[in-house]
Design a protein around this ligand. Structure first.
Ligand SMILES: [Zn+2]
Length: 268
C-alpha cells in the first residue's frame, strides 16, 4: 500500500478540557519532498511528538491549524531502513470573531521517519482458488485490569457501569484504584441509564485504519450521571453530528461475537 508522505489528519485533544481541536494539514512541502525523493520512499513511522497547550478552550470556539514542514534531515540509516526524518509543526488558532488577529491556543511538533525498508515486505500469499489468505482484521481487544474488570463485565451483560467512591460518593470514569477527590481506595459501582449527550466529537477521515468504516465519527459522551466516556457515534451521516445531541447507549458485538462495545446512537 502506498502511503502519502505528507497528508496527515489529526485530532488534538486538549487534555482535561474535553474539547477537540481538529484540522486537516495540506501538502505544504510537496515540492521539497519531491526534491528530496521522499515521495518514492514507501514506508513511514511516527518518531515523536511534543504538545504545547496555551490555554483551555471554550465552547463554540472555531479552530483551525496551519502545518509547516520545519526540517528534513540528511539521509539517515537506521535499523528500519534508509530515509529522512521529517519534522512538522502544527499551530492551532482560535478564530477572532470580532475581526482582529486570531489567537494561538496551542501547537504540536510531529516528527516522522520516511524510509525505504531494509527488509522488503513479503508478498501476500494467495490461497488456492484465488481467495485471499489475509486474515480479516478485527477490532483491538481491551487490556483489562483488576480496576476495569467490573466495567467490561457490565458491558458483556449489556450494562453500563460507573465506578463510585464509597467514601464521598463521587462518580468517576475511566475506572481507577483511588478517588481523585478524597483519595479513598474504597469503591463500588452504579449502573448508568445509558443516556447522555455529545459533549464533543471528532470525525476521523485519515488514516483509514481497518476494521473501521470511514469517515469514522467518535464522540465524547457526557452521561446524565455526569461522567464522560469515548465511543463511536451511530445513526447520522458523519457531517450531521452536533455537540449537545442526545444519545442512547447501544451494545454491539464485534470480532465474531467475542467483543462487546458500548456505542452511541443519536435520538430525537
Ligand atoms: Zn472519594
Amino acid at each position: 500500500m502506498e502511503i502519502a508522505p505528507f497528508v496527515q489528519h489529526y485530532g488534538l485533544w486538549a487534555v482535561g478540557v474535553g474539547t477537540f481541536l481538529e484540522g486537516e494539514s495540506v501538502l505544504l512541502a510537496a515540492a521539497a519532498a519531491a526534491a528530496h525523493g521522499l515521495l518514492h520512499l514507501p514506508a513511514v513511522v511516527a518518531v515523536n511528538t511534543e504538545l504545547d497547550f496555551k490555554r483551555y478552550l471554550r465552547m463554540d470556539e472555531r479552530l483551525y491549524y496551519t502545518s509547516t514542514i520545519t526540517d528534513i534531515s540528511e539521509e539517515k540509516a537506521t535499523g528500519l531502513g534508509v530515509g529522512y526524518f521529517v519534522t512538522q509543526m502544527q499551530t492551532y488558532y482560535s478564530v477572532n470573531e470580532a475581526g482582529g488577529a486570531d489567537e494561538c491556543v496551542g501547537s504540536m511538533m510531529f516528527r516522522l521517519f520516511k524510509f525505504k525498508p531494509t527488509h522488503a515486505p513479503k508478498p501476500i500469499e494467495e490461497a488456492k482458488g484465488g481467495a485471499s489468505a489475509v486474515p480479516k482484521i478485527g477490532r483491538s481487544t481491551p487490556g483489562i485490569s483488576p480496576d476495569t474488570q467490573f466495567w467490561w463485565d457490565g458491558v458483556n451483560q449489556g450494562k453500563l457501569m460507573i465506578q463510585r467512591c464509597k467514601s464521598c460518593q463521587t462518580l468517576r470514569h475511566p475506572p481507577g484504584p483511588a478517588c481523585p477527590e478524597c483519595q479513598s481506595f474504597e469503591w463500588d459501582e452504579v449502573q448508568s441509564k445509558g443516556q447522555g449527550h455529545i459533549y464533543s466529537f471528532v470525525v476521523m477521515h485519515y488514516p483509514e485504519v481497518p476494521p473501521f468504516d470511514h469517515p469514522n465519527p467518535i464522540g465524547l459522551i457526557e452521561l446524565d450521571e455526569g461522567t464522560r466516556l469515548v465511543g463511536q457515534l451511530l445513526g447520522l451521516k458523519p457531517n450531521e453530528y452536533q455537540i449537545g445531541q442526545r444519545v442512547q447507549v447501544e451494545f454491539n458485538t464485534f470480532n465474531d461475537g467475542t467483543l462487546t462495545l458500548p456505542q452511541w446512537r443519536v435520538v430525537a
